[in-house]
Write a protein that binds this ligand. Structure first.
Ligand SMILES: [Mn+2]
Length: 430
């Protein structure tokens, strides 16, 4: 039995006043779905296997290029971050893993860190490397790139950092490395497109070769920023080319914010599934660019359409189809724990709604070229309020009927603010 950060009796008391309503709502939803030929308990059983990892960097207050406004009780180190992640998992029960970032999460003893997490019922998901910023005391600068730098010594340093992150991940029980590089150019002519891509492949090959047998390497693309003219791995096409060149262990990671506005992300998902190269996701939402807003807060229908493809893929690909799900968000004006809980539930909600799509009917409307009925079939699932299903899942697992309400009632933030010193205002992305 793992230790909980919040007093379980407090969560029980919170649930006691809500359990009867949740049961009544769940039964009503069950009746409604039964009329559509869907068995709610079966959907619940399928949804029980769903999990999304929490990013260690997400539990601290984020920032923009202009400023960061710290919140009270921010985690001091990776141990505090894991503690905050445990609060999230205790209340939502679909976030059993943490995705750490290095060197931000460096510590003296990774066995101790792994045990600290395990005692709280948490494991570690993909480890993330960082060659997009210079660290204090770093020998060579990444100002002009890292894995694709023109200087072999800089590339060597960047490869070695990734090898170190793999080794840390091995100690933490991780099974994947996520690599995003900001390498690219700010001016036409600054960089030879072909040679930069070749250098990326050469460096990535060396990283891939160092992966343990049961590991994967996730290649994360991003359209622009910090390279504003051309980024080496800028889109899913470059990412797929690289993953195919690197072989079996390399897969593409889709961050929902890393595309041009209005890009059809769900179609990219379908294409990567077709190529057998979909590795995982960084979930967030956006209005304009890489906004890193809370998942489902701006365009929940897009999130649903992504999961519609994933449920379809799970059907066609079988049990080996298991993309890694992670949140990747920056919380500037909210309590990060509240945002991460809400986002995890939003992603879980989209998955639940996608499970309700009548796929036989959809295929029939598609074959009959009945565009209206086909799209109505999706909308019917999307418009189904699955809240009682998600609540019931949480109640059955000891989570909270209303995670944000239970969290606020717990007084956790005020409590940790007393022991964690306030961070001073700082500028720039953190
Ligand atoms: Mn990301």
């Amino acid at each position: 039995m793992s230790r909980t950060v919040l007093d379980p009796h407090q969560v029980e008391a919170h649930n006691a006043t809500r359990a009867a309503d949740v049961r009544a709502d769940y039964d009503a939803l069950g009746e409604q779905l039964a009329r559509r030929g869907i068995e709610l308990d079966a959907i619940k059983a399928r949804l029980a296997g769903f999990a999304v990892a929490v990013p260690s960097w997400g539990v601290g207050t984020g920032g923009t290029r202009f400023a960061r406004f710290p919140g009270p009780g921010e985690p001091r180190d990776v141990f505090d971050k894991v503690e905050d992640c445990a609060v999230i998992q205790q209340l939502v029960r679909c976030t059993p893993t943490v995705s750490p970032h290095f060197p931000w999460d460096r510590c003296g003893d990774y066995r101790e860190l792994r045990e600290h997490a395990a005692a709280l019922g948490l494991g570690f998901d993909a480890v993330n490397s960082n060659t997009f910023s210079d660290q204090r005391g770093q020998r060579l600068s990444y100002k002009f790139g890292s894995l694709t730098h023109t200087d072999a010594a800089v590339r060597q340093q960047a490869v070695e950092h990734n090898l170190e992150v793999i080794e840390i991940g091995r100690q933490l029980g991780s099974r994947a490395l996520t690599v995003w590089v900001g390498d690219g150019a700010n001016f036409p002519g600054q960089q030879h497109f072909g040679r930069a891509f070749e250098r990326y492949l050469e460096s990535a090959r060396r990283i891939c070769a160092a992966l343990p047998a049961d590991w994967q390497m996730f290649l994360e693309h991003k359209l622009y920023e910090p390279a504003f003219y051309a980024t080496v791995i800028q889109d899913w096409g470059s990412s797929l080319l690289a993953a195919q060149a690197l072989g079996e262990k390399a897969r593409c990671l889709v961050d929902l914010g890393h595309h041009a506005p209005n890009t059809n992300i769900e179609m990219i998902v379908a294409r990567l599934v077709h190529a057998g190269k979909l590795g995982g996701f960084h979930f967030n939402d956006s209005k304009y660019g890489d906004d890193d807003l809370d998942s489902g807060s701006v365009d929940p229908y897009r999130l649903f359409l992504v999961f519609n493809e994933l449920v379809e893929a799970a059907r066609s690909q079988g049990p080996d189809f298991r993309p890694a799900y992670m949140l990747d968000q920056s919380h500037n004006v909210t309590d990060p724990i509240e945002s991460l809980m809400t986002s995890a539930i939003a992603v879980q909600r989209s998955h639940a709604q996608a499970l309700l799509v009548d796929r036989e009917a959809l295929a029939g409307w598609q074959d009959a070229n009945d565009a209206l009925m086909a799209t109505q079939t999706l909308q019917r699932a999307f418009h189904t309020d699955v809240t009682p299903l998600l609540q019931m899942l949480r109640l059955e697992r000891g989570g909270a009927a209303d995670p944000v309400g239970a969290y606020r009632a717990s007084g956790y933030r005020a409590r940790v603010a007393q022991v964690r010193p306030a961070a001073g205002p700082s500028s720039g992305i953190v």
